[in-house]
Design a protein around this ligand. Structure first.
Ligand code: NAD
Length: 259
């Protein structure tokens, strides 16, 4: 399907690896010019070089921590005039409800709630002036179904979801859509780190931890960054202009709910 976004410009945060890279890859395939970001230069430059070589699109890279005001300023300088924004950052660490203090919550809020809000506030006006824009926030399945050990993630992402629910409806009349993509488990470094934590805690191997998790997913496997990216690119396409303020779950059926 022709997505109709060739020549648009996108900022894709936290995109050297994992789900962010999957989104950058699918947008590059659709002919979108990219600003890619990550904290580490080496993986970021390698990812950008790979996409330039395969899809021939212009890509600027910004090494920065998007959870900080300085990092946000740096990516926004490169992303001036962006038509598409994909927000993303690493997820907070797991733990027990009684472990977390104020500083832990502030870190989680900075990365997974306040950073996407700051980027939207900066880029939405330009999109609204042009009468066209797309925002996709990478959140988590934990918005629909809490993951107890990820209480910091449950909390911060719920805050972002509430902000998007109202804001998406305020900007939709200007041709700008905001939606959230909610990943269930996907085969990325994050999944390896979560499974390693489970394996250590339960005294089992990493393979066993992964097999146990697969057994809870109707699809019987982990999602891929490519599948995730394709959904993101569709939400950013010309075809998705009537999808507003939605929370779209990509979880292989793991959340057992009718709606
Ligand atoms: P990942 O850890 O595999 O990928 C991390 C990428 O983000 C890397 O490119 C890294 O450099 C970059 N990054 C991390 N923090 C950053 C920051 N502060 N500033 C700039 N770049 C940063 O993660 P992933 O699996 O791709 O997950 C992406 C998001 O989706 C995370 O918030 C994660 O918690 C969430 N999520 C993932 C899964 C999953 O199964 N993979 C499930 C639910 C939610």
């Amino acid at each position: 399907m022709e997505l109709g976004i060739k020549g648009k410009k996108a900022l894709v945060c936290a995109s050297s690896k994992g789900l962010g890279f999957g989104c950058a890859e699918a947008l590059a395939e659709a002919g979108v010019e990219l600003v890619m970001n990550a904290r580490g230069a080496e993986a970021l430059e390698a990812a950008a070089a790979d996409l330039r070589a395969r899809f021939g699109v212009a890509i600027e890279t910004v090494v920065a921590d998007v959870a900080t005001p300085e990092g946000q300023a740096a990516v926004l300088r490169a992303a001036e005039g962006a038509d598409i924004l994909v927000t993303n950052a690493g997820g907070p660490p797991p733990g027990l409800w009684s472990d977390w203090d104020r500083e832990d919550f502030i870190k989680a809020l900075d990365a997974n709630m306040l950073a996407p809000i700051a980027l939207m506030k900066a880029l939405l006006p330009g999109m609204m002036d042009k009468g066209w824009g797309r925002v996709v926030n990478i959140t988590s399945q934990s918005v629909k179904a809490p993951i107890a050990v990820l209480g910091l993630s449950n909390s911060a992402r719920a805050g972002l979801t509430g902000y998007v629910a109202g804001t998406a409806r305020q900007v939709a009349g200007s041709g700008v859509t905001i939606n959230n993509l909610l990943p269930g488990i996907h085969a990325t470094d994050r999944a390896v780190s979560l499974d390693t934590g489970v394996a250590t805690q339960q005294g089992i191997s990493l393979e066993e931890a992964k097999a146990n998790r697969c057994a809870t997913i109707p699809a019987g496997r982990y999602g891929t960054a490519q599948e995730f990216g394709a959904t993101c690119a569709f939400l950013c396409s010309q075809h998705a202009g009537f999808i507003v303020g939605q929370n779209i779950l990509l979880d292989g059926g793991a959340v057992n709910a009718t709606l």
